[in-house]
Write a protein that binds this ligand. Sequence first.
Ligand SMILES: [Zn+2]
Ligand SMILES: [Zn+2]
Length: 434
Amino acid sequence: MAGFNDVSFMPRLAVPAVCLLIAFLGYFSQVLFNNSTLDPGPLSRTESWTFNVLLVCLWISYFRAVAVDPGRYIFPDQVIEADGRWCKKCQAPKPPRAHHCRHCERCIPKMDHHCPWTKNCVSMTTFPHFLRFLVYANLSLWTLSVFLWQRFYALWEARNMPAHLGPTLTGLVSLVATGFVCSITCFVLGIMLITTLKGWVENQTTIEGWEVDRHEASIGRGRQDWWDITGPDGEPLQFEKVEFPYDIGFFANMAQAMGTSNFLLWFFPLAGNPQISKTGSGTGWTWAENGFNRKEGMWPPLDPDKFRRAVGGFGMSRRNYEDELELEDDGLTIGEHMEAFKRRQDEDLRRRKRRQDELMAELEEVDGDGSGRASYDDDDETNNSNNMRNWANSDGEYLRDYGVDEEAEEEDEDVPLAELLRRRNVGTRSYNDA
Ligand SMILES: [Zn+2]
Ligand SMILES: [Zn+2]
Protein backbone atom coordinates (compact mmCIF):
# COMPACT_ATOMS: atom_id res chain seq x y z
CA MET A 1 0.00 0.00 0.00
CA ALA A 2 2.97 2.19 0.66
CA GLY A 3 3.66 2.40 -3.08
CA PHE A 4 0.58 4.60 -3.48
CA ASN A 5 2.68 7.52 -2.20
CA ASP A 6 3.93 8.16 -5.71
CA VAL A 7 0.57 8.16 -7.47
CA SER A 8 0.07 11.72 -8.70
CA PHE A 9 -3.49 12.36 -7.47
CA MET A 10 -2.83 10.74 -4.09
CA PRO A 11 -1.74 13.80 -2.10
CA ARG A 12 -4.93 15.76 -2.81
CA LEU A 13 -7.54 13.06 -2.99
CA ALA A 14 -6.55 10.34 -0.54
CA VAL A 15 -8.02 11.82 2.64
CA PRO A 16 -11.30 12.98 1.04
CA ALA A 17 -11.56 9.55 -0.61
CA VAL A 18 -11.20 7.78 2.74
CA CYS A 19 -13.84 10.09 4.26
CA LEU A 20 -16.17 9.37 1.37
CA LEU A 21 -15.65 5.64 1.81
CA ILE A 22 -16.41 5.84 5.54
CA ALA A 23 -19.53 7.91 4.81
CA PHE A 24 -20.71 5.50 2.12
CA LEU A 25 -20.20 2.32 4.13
CA GLY A 26 -21.21 3.86 7.45
CA TYR A 27 -24.21 6.00 6.58
CA PHE A 28 -25.48 5.13 3.12
CA SER A 29 -25.78 1.54 4.39
CA GLN A 30 -27.95 2.70 7.33
CA VAL A 31 -30.19 4.74 5.05
CA LEU A 32 -30.54 1.65 2.89
CA PHE A 33 -31.37 -0.67 5.80
CA ASN A 34 -33.83 1.72 7.39
CA ASN A 35 -35.70 2.90 4.30
CA SER A 36 -35.83 -0.03 1.93
CA THR A 37 -37.99 -3.08 1.60
CA LEU A 38 -35.09 -5.34 2.50
CA ASP A 39 -35.76 -7.94 5.17
CA PRO A 40 -35.28 -8.09 8.16
CA GLY A 41 -36.14 -4.39 8.11
CA PRO A 42 -34.51 -1.44 9.89
CA LEU A 43 -31.62 -1.88 12.35
CA SER A 44 -32.61 -2.49 15.95
CA ARG A 45 -31.81 0.16 18.58
CA THR A 46 -28.83 -1.83 19.89
CA GLU A 47 -27.49 -2.51 16.40
CA SER A 48 -27.83 1.11 15.50
CA TRP A 49 -26.09 2.32 18.67
CA THR A 50 -23.21 -0.15 18.39
CA PHE A 51 -22.56 0.73 14.77
CA ASN A 52 -22.71 4.49 15.30
CA VAL A 53 -20.48 4.46 18.39
CA LEU A 54 -17.90 2.48 16.40
CA LEU A 55 -18.16 5.03 13.60
CA VAL A 56 -17.56 7.93 15.98
CA CYS A 57 -14.47 6.17 17.37
CA LEU A 58 -13.36 5.58 13.77
CA TRP A 59 -13.74 9.26 12.79
CA ILE A 60 -11.83 10.43 15.88
CA SER A 61 -8.91 8.05 15.37
CA TYR A 62 -8.75 8.76 11.65
CA PHE A 63 -8.75 12.50 12.26
CA ARG A 64 -5.91 12.13 14.76
CA ALA A 65 -3.92 9.77 12.52
CA VAL A 66 -4.07 12.51 9.87
CA ALA A 67 -3.64 15.56 12.07
CA VAL A 68 -1.23 14.64 14.87
CA ASP A 69 2.33 15.78 14.16
CA PRO A 70 4.61 12.80 13.37
CA GLY A 71 7.34 14.31 15.54
CA ARG A 72 10.32 16.58 15.12
CA TYR A 73 13.75 16.52 16.68
CA ILE A 74 14.79 19.71 18.37
CA PHE A 75 18.38 19.49 19.38
CA PRO A 76 19.39 20.93 22.73
CA ASP A 77 22.69 22.77 22.92
CA GLN A 78 24.93 19.88 23.80
CA VAL A 79 26.24 17.62 21.07
CA ILE A 80 24.25 14.45 20.71
CA GLU A 81 25.93 11.16 19.93
CA ALA A 82 23.07 9.90 17.79
CA ASP A 83 24.68 6.52 17.40
CA GLY A 84 26.93 7.82 14.67
CA ARG A 85 24.17 8.27 12.12
CA TRP A 86 23.93 11.56 10.36
CA CYS A 87 21.23 13.01 8.15
CA LYS A 88 22.76 15.08 5.41
CA LYS A 89 19.37 16.57 4.49
CA CYS A 90 18.62 17.81 8.01
CA GLN A 91 22.32 18.43 8.63
CA ALA A 92 21.82 16.88 12.04
CA PRO A 93 22.46 13.65 13.89
CA LYS A 94 19.88 10.98 13.24
CA PRO A 95 18.81 9.12 16.38
CA PRO A 96 18.23 5.35 16.21
CA ARG A 97 14.99 4.23 14.49
CA ALA A 98 14.55 7.64 12.84
CA HIS A 99 14.45 8.00 9.07
CA HIS A 100 14.30 10.98 6.79
CA CYS A 101 10.85 11.08 5.21
CA ARG A 102 10.84 12.48 1.68
CA HIS A 103 7.22 13.63 2.04
CA CYS A 104 7.49 15.22 5.50
CA GLU A 105 11.00 16.43 4.53
CA ARG A 106 12.57 15.81 7.89
CA CYS A 107 13.76 13.04 10.15
CA ILE A 108 10.81 11.28 11.77
CA PRO A 109 11.21 9.51 15.13
CA LYS A 110 10.59 5.75 14.92
CA MET A 111 9.33 6.15 11.39
CA ASP A 112 7.11 3.23 10.38
CA HIS A 113 6.14 4.39 6.91
CA HIS A 114 4.59 7.41 5.26
CA CYS A 115 0.94 6.46 4.83
CA PRO A 116 -0.67 7.80 1.64
CA TRP A 117 -4.16 7.27 3.11
CA THR A 118 -3.58 9.50 6.13
CA LYS A 119 -1.17 11.77 4.24
CA ASN A 120 1.00 11.56 7.31
CA CYS A 121 3.88 9.56 8.66
CA VAL A 122 3.10 6.63 10.89
CA SER A 123 5.68 7.34 13.56
CA MET A 124 6.35 7.19 17.26
CA THR A 125 3.71 9.87 17.88
CA THR A 126 1.06 8.85 15.34
CA PHE A 127 1.24 5.07 15.67
CA PRO A 128 -1.37 4.79 18.48
CA HIS A 129 -3.89 6.76 16.41
CA PHE A 130 -3.11 4.79 13.28
CA LEU A 131 -3.55 1.50 15.12
CA ARG A 132 -6.83 2.63 16.70
CA PHE A 133 -8.02 3.80 13.29
CA LEU A 134 -7.37 0.33 11.85
CA VAL A 135 -9.01 -1.38 14.81
CA TYR A 136 -12.20 0.72 14.64
CA ALA A 137 -12.31 0.54 10.86
CA ASN A 138 -12.19 -3.26 11.03
CA LEU A 139 -14.72 -3.50 13.88
CA SER A 140 -17.10 -1.25 11.94
CA LEU A 141 -16.62 -3.28 8.78
CA TRP A 142 -17.26 -6.57 10.57
CA THR A 143 -20.42 -5.15 12.11
CA LEU A 144 -21.58 -3.93 8.72
CA SER A 145 -20.75 -7.35 7.23
CA VAL A 146 -23.11 -8.96 9.75
CA PHE A 147 -25.92 -6.56 8.80
CA LEU A 148 -25.31 -7.21 5.11
CA TRP A 149 -25.14 -10.93 5.61
CA GLN A 150 -28.52 -10.93 7.40
CA ARG A 151 -30.09 -9.19 4.38
CA PHE A 152 -28.50 -11.46 1.79
CA TYR A 153 -29.60 -14.44 3.83
CA ALA A 154 -33.19 -13.12 4.01
CA LEU A 155 -33.16 -12.79 0.22
CA TRP A 156 -32.00 -16.38 -0.16
CA GLU A 157 -34.69 -17.59 2.24
CA ALA A 158 -37.33 -15.80 0.20
CA ARG A 159 -36.09 -17.18 -3.12
CA ASN A 160 -39.35 -19.04 -3.83
CA MET A 161 -41.56 -16.04 -3.18
CA PRO A 162 -43.08 -14.10 -6.13
CA ALA A 163 -40.60 -11.39 -7.15
CA HIS A 164 -43.06 -8.52 -6.91
CA LEU A 165 -43.43 -9.17 -3.16
CA GLY A 166 -39.66 -8.83 -2.66
CA PRO A 167 -37.44 -5.74 -2.39
CA THR A 168 -37.29 -3.06 -5.07
CA LEU A 169 -34.62 -3.12 -7.76
CA THR A 170 -32.97 0.01 -6.28
CA GLY A 171 -32.82 -1.69 -2.90
CA LEU A 172 -31.25 -4.80 -4.44
CA VAL A 173 -28.66 -2.90 -6.48
CA SER A 174 -27.72 -0.79 -3.46
CA LEU A 175 -27.35 -3.90 -1.32
CA VAL A 176 -25.06 -5.58 -3.87
CA ALA A 177 -22.98 -2.41 -4.32
CA THR A 178 -22.57 -1.95 -0.56
CA GLY A 179 -21.67 -5.63 -0.18
CA PHE A 180 -19.08 -5.38 -2.93
CA VAL A 181 -17.34 -2.26 -1.54
CA CYS A 182 -17.53 -3.67 2.00
CA SER A 183 -15.83 -6.96 1.02
CA ILE A 184 -12.93 -5.27 -0.77
CA THR A 185 -12.39 -2.77 2.06
CA CYS A 186 -12.65 -5.56 4.62
CA PHE A 187 -9.98 -7.58 2.83
CA VAL A 188 -7.50 -4.72 2.42
CA LEU A 189 -7.96 -3.28 5.91
CA GLY A 190 -7.86 -6.77 7.42
CA ILE A 191 -4.38 -7.32 5.99
CA MET A 192 -3.27 -3.89 7.17
CA LEU A 193 -4.60 -4.58 10.66
CA ILE A 194 -2.83 -7.93 10.92
CA THR A 195 0.55 -6.56 9.79
CA THR A 196 0.20 -3.52 12.06
CA LEU A 197 -0.75 -5.65 15.08
CA LYS A 198 2.22 -7.90 14.38
CA GLY A 199 4.56 -4.91 14.23
CA TRP A 200 3.06 -3.55 17.43
CA VAL A 201 3.53 -6.77 19.40
CA GLU A 202 7.06 -7.30 18.04
CA ASN A 203 8.04 -3.64 18.32
CA GLN A 204 9.10 -3.66 14.70
CA THR A 205 8.23 -0.91 12.24
CA THR A 206 7.43 -1.62 8.60
CA ILE A 207 10.82 -0.18 7.67
CA GLU A 208 12.57 -2.34 10.24
CA GLY A 209 10.75 -5.39 8.90
CA TRP A 210 12.21 -4.54 5.53
CA GLU A 211 15.66 -4.14 7.10
CA VAL A 212 15.31 -7.56 8.75
CA ASP A 213 14.53 -9.10 5.35
CA ARG A 214 17.48 -7.37 3.74
CA HIS A 215 19.78 -8.49 6.53
CA GLU A 216 18.59 -12.09 6.23
CA ALA A 217 19.12 -11.95 2.48
CA SER A 218 22.69 -10.69 2.88
CA ILE A 219 23.46 -13.23 5.60
CA GLY A 220 22.04 -15.88 3.27
CA ARG A 221 24.53 -14.85 0.64
CA GLY A 222 27.34 -15.15 3.16
CA ARG A 223 26.01 -18.58 4.24
CA GLN A 224 27.14 -18.12 7.83
CA ASP A 225 26.67 -15.93 10.88
CA TRP A 226 29.33 -13.52 9.78
CA TRP A 227 31.37 -13.10 6.71
CA ASP A 228 34.96 -13.98 6.79
CA ILE A 229 36.50 -10.57 7.01
CA THR A 230 38.59 -9.56 9.94
CA GLY A 231 40.29 -6.33 10.69
CA PRO A 232 43.91 -5.98 11.84
CA ASP A 233 42.72 -6.36 15.42
CA GLY A 234 41.24 -9.76 14.57
CA GLU A 235 37.68 -8.69 15.26
CA PRO A 236 35.00 -9.74 12.77
CA LEU A 237 33.77 -6.71 10.87
CA GLN A 238 30.48 -5.35 9.59
CA PHE A 239 28.82 -8.47 8.26
CA GLU A 240 28.15 -10.34 11.46
CA LYS A 241 24.61 -11.46 12.08
CA VAL A 242 22.67 -8.88 14.07
CA GLU A 243 19.53 -9.72 16.02
CA PHE A 244 16.63 -7.30 15.91
CA PRO A 245 17.21 -5.54 19.24
CA TYR A 246 13.99 -3.66 20.05
CA ASP A 247 11.74 -6.61 20.86
CA ILE A 248 11.89 -6.33 24.64
CA GLY A 249 8.88 -8.49 25.55
CA PHE A 250 5.40 -8.23 24.12
CA PHE A 251 3.77 -6.23 26.91
CA ALA A 252 6.66 -3.77 27.11
CA ASN A 253 6.60 -3.48 23.30
CA MET A 254 2.91 -2.67 23.25
CA ALA A 255 3.12 -0.25 26.17
CA GLN A 256 6.09 1.53 24.58
CA ALA A 257 4.22 2.04 21.31
CA MET A 258 1.06 3.33 22.98
CA GLY A 259 2.96 5.58 25.39
CA THR A 260 1.37 4.05 28.49
CA SER A 261 1.28 0.71 30.26
CA ASN A 262 -2.37 1.34 31.22
CA PHE A 263 -3.87 -1.05 28.70
CA LEU A 264 -7.36 0.32 29.30
CA LEU A 265 -6.28 3.43 27.43
CA TRP A 266 -4.79 1.62 24.44
CA PHE A 267 -8.04 1.60 22.49
CA PHE A 268 -9.58 4.75 23.86
CA PRO A 269 -9.87 7.09 20.85
CA LEU A 270 -9.11 10.19 22.89
CA ALA A 271 -6.02 8.74 24.59
CA GLY A 272 -2.69 10.40 23.97
CA ASN A 273 0.50 9.30 22.28
CA PRO A 274 4.22 9.14 23.16
CA GLN A 275 5.98 12.52 23.06
CA ILE A 276 9.58 13.16 22.12
CA SER A 277 11.58 14.10 25.16
CA LYS A 278 12.83 17.69 25.03
CA THR A 279 16.07 16.93 26.83
CA GLY A 280 17.80 15.20 23.93
CA SER A 281 17.71 11.80 25.60
CA GLY A 282 15.05 9.30 26.60
CA THR A 283 11.77 8.86 24.69
CA GLY A 284 12.34 9.19 20.97
CA TRP A 285 16.13 9.52 21.27
CA THR A 286 17.18 6.19 22.72
CA TRP A 287 15.47 2.82 22.72
CA ALA A 288 15.66 -0.09 25.12
CA GLU A 289 17.40 -3.12 23.61
CA ASN A 290 17.00 -6.79 24.43
CA GLY A 291 20.72 -7.48 24.80
CA PHE A 292 20.95 -10.29 22.25
CA ASN A 293 23.73 -8.54 20.37
CA ARG A 294 27.28 -8.28 21.58
CA LYS A 295 26.77 -4.56 22.10
CA GLU A 296 24.00 -1.99 21.79
CA GLY A 297 23.44 0.24 18.79
CA MET A 298 24.17 -2.38 16.13
CA TRP A 299 20.81 -1.91 14.36
CA PRO A 300 20.38 -1.41 11.47
CA PRO A 301 22.98 -3.90 10.22
CA LEU A 302 25.17 -2.55 7.47
CA ASP A 303 24.04 -3.06 3.91
CA PRO A 304 26.77 -5.12 2.19
CA ASP A 305 25.83 -3.57 -1.13
CA LYS A 306 27.05 -0.28 0.21
CA PHE A 307 30.51 -1.78 0.17
CA ARG A 308 30.17 -2.74 -3.44
CA ARG A 309 29.25 0.83 -4.20
CA ALA A 310 31.91 2.18 -1.91
CA VAL A 311 34.64 0.42 -3.90
CA GLY A 312 33.20 1.81 -7.10
CA GLY A 313 32.26 -1.56 -8.50
CA PHE A 314 28.81 -0.57 -9.55
CA GLY A 315 27.66 -0.20 -13.09
CA MET A 316 29.00 -1.98 -16.10
CA SER A 317 31.63 -3.84 -14.17
CA ARG A 318 30.06 -5.91 -11.49
CA ARG A 319 32.58 -7.61 -9.27
CA ASN A 320 32.39 -10.39 -6.77
CA TYR A 321 32.84 -8.37 -3.66
CA GLU A 322 32.68 -11.36 -1.36
CA ASP A 323 35.97 -12.53 -2.85
CA GLU A 324 37.28 -9.08 -2.66
CA LEU A 325 36.46 -8.68 0.99
CA GLU A 326 38.16 -11.92 1.81
CA LEU A 327 41.34 -10.32 0.59
CA GLU A 328 41.08 -8.07 3.62
CA ASP A 329 42.55 -10.81 5.72
CA ASP A 330 45.81 -10.87 3.81
CA GLY A 331 47.80 -8.68 6.14
CA LEU A 332 48.08 -5.67 3.86
CA THR A 333 48.21 -2.29 5.49
CA ILE A 334 45.40 0.19 5.11
CA GLY A 335 47.59 2.23 2.77
CA GLU A 336 48.15 -0.75 0.52
CA HIS A 337 44.44 -1.49 0.47
CA MET A 338 43.64 2.04 -0.50
CA GLU A 339 46.16 1.89 -3.29
CA ALA A 340 44.64 -1.36 -4.52
CA PHE A 341 41.17 0.17 -4.51
CA LYS A 342 42.41 3.18 -6.36
CA ARG A 343 43.94 0.87 -8.95
CA ARG A 344 40.71 -1.08 -9.38
CA GLN A 345 38.74 2.12 -9.56
CA ASP A 346 40.97 3.40 -12.34
CA GLU A 347 40.56 0.13 -14.20
CA ASP A 348 36.81 0.42 -13.91
CA LEU A 349 36.91 3.95 -15.12
CA ARG A 350 38.95 2.97 -18.16
CA ARG A 351 36.68 0.02 -18.90
CA ARG A 352 33.57 2.16 -18.68
CA LYS A 353 35.07 4.84 -20.82
CA ARG A 354 36.07 2.30 -23.45
CA ARG A 355 32.54 0.87 -23.45
CA GLN A 356 31.01 4.28 -23.75
CA ASP A 357 33.32 5.20 -26.63
CA GLU A 358 32.32 2.02 -28.43
CA LEU A 359 28.66 2.82 -27.99
CA MET A 360 29.16 6.34 -29.15
CA ALA A 361 31.03 5.18 -32.22
CA GLU A 362 28.27 2.72 -33.01
CA LEU A 363 25.64 5.39 -32.81
CA GLU A 364 27.81 7.82 -34.77
CA GLU A 365 26.87 10.50 -32.37
CA VAL A 366 30.28 11.56 -31.20
CA ASP A 367 29.89 15.27 -30.83
CA GLY A 368 32.66 15.96 -28.39
CA ASP A 369 30.17 16.91 -25.76
CA GLY A 370 29.02 13.60 -24.33
CA SER A 371 32.46 12.16 -23.73
CA GLY A 372 32.93 14.12 -20.56
CA ARG A 373 30.04 12.22 -19.07
CA ALA A 374 31.89 8.95 -19.09
CA SER A 375 33.22 9.72 -15.70
CA TYR A 376 32.73 8.44 -12.28
CA ASP A 377 30.36 11.11 -11.23
CA ASP A 378 27.06 9.81 -10.06
CA ASP A 379 24.78 12.29 -11.72
CA ASP A 380 24.15 10.23 -14.81
CA GLU A 381 23.17 7.24 -12.73
CA THR A 382 21.31 8.56 -9.78
CA ASN A 383 17.92 8.80 -11.37
CA ASN A 384 17.60 5.89 -13.71
CA SER A 385 19.50 3.29 -11.77
CA ASN A 386 18.41 4.16 -8.28
CA ASN A 387 16.37 1.00 -8.14
CA MET A 388 19.21 -1.15 -9.39
CA ARG A 389 21.51 0.12 -6.72
CA ASN A 390 19.26 -0.78 -3.85
CA TRP A 391 17.85 -3.90 -2.41
CA ALA A 392 14.15 -4.72 -2.77
CA ASN A 393 12.20 -7.23 -0.70
CA SER A 394 10.20 -10.15 -2.08
CA ASP A 395 7.25 -7.81 -2.76
CA GLY A 396 9.56 -5.66 -4.86
CA GLU A 397 9.47 -2.84 -2.34
CA TYR A 398 12.35 -0.43 -1.95
CA LEU A 399 12.92 1.69 1.12
CA ARG A 400 11.61 4.69 -0.84
CA ASP A 401 8.22 2.98 -1.14
CA TYR A 402 7.78 3.50 2.60
CA GLY A 403 8.48 7.20 2.14
CA VAL A 404 12.13 7.07 3.18
CA ASP A 405 14.48 9.48 1.46
CA GLU A 406 17.04 6.92 0.33
CA GLU A 407 19.51 9.57 -0.63
CA ALA A 408 19.54 10.92 2.91
CA GLU A 409 19.82 7.35 4.14
CA GLU A 410 23.04 6.72 2.22
CA GLU A 411 25.27 8.64 4.55
CA ASP A 412 28.28 6.46 3.83
CA GLU A 413 27.81 6.36 0.12
CA ASP A 414 30.97 8.09 -0.88
CA VAL A 415 33.20 6.71 1.81
CA PRO A 416 35.63 4.16 0.40
CA LEU A 417 35.78 0.73 1.92
CA ALA A 418 39.23 1.33 3.34
CA GLU A 419 37.97 4.34 5.19
CA LEU A 420 35.02 2.39 6.57
CA LEU A 421 37.33 -0.35 7.78
CA ARG A 422 39.67 2.16 9.30
CA ARG A 423 36.84 3.92 11.10
CA ARG A 424 35.50 0.70 12.49
CA ASN A 425 38.92 -0.23 13.72
CA VAL A 426 39.68 3.06 15.28
CA GLY A 427 36.25 2.95 16.83
CA THR A 428 35.57 6.60 16.27
CA ARG A 429 32.04 7.78 15.86
CA SER A 430 32.80 10.79 13.79
CA TYR A 431 30.06 12.01 11.52
CA ASN A 432 30.54 12.07 7.86
CA ASP A 433 28.97 15.03 6.19
CA ALA A 434 30.05 14.16 2.71
ZN1 LIG B 1 16.66 14.07 8.01
ZN1 LIG C 1 6.29 11.32 6.21
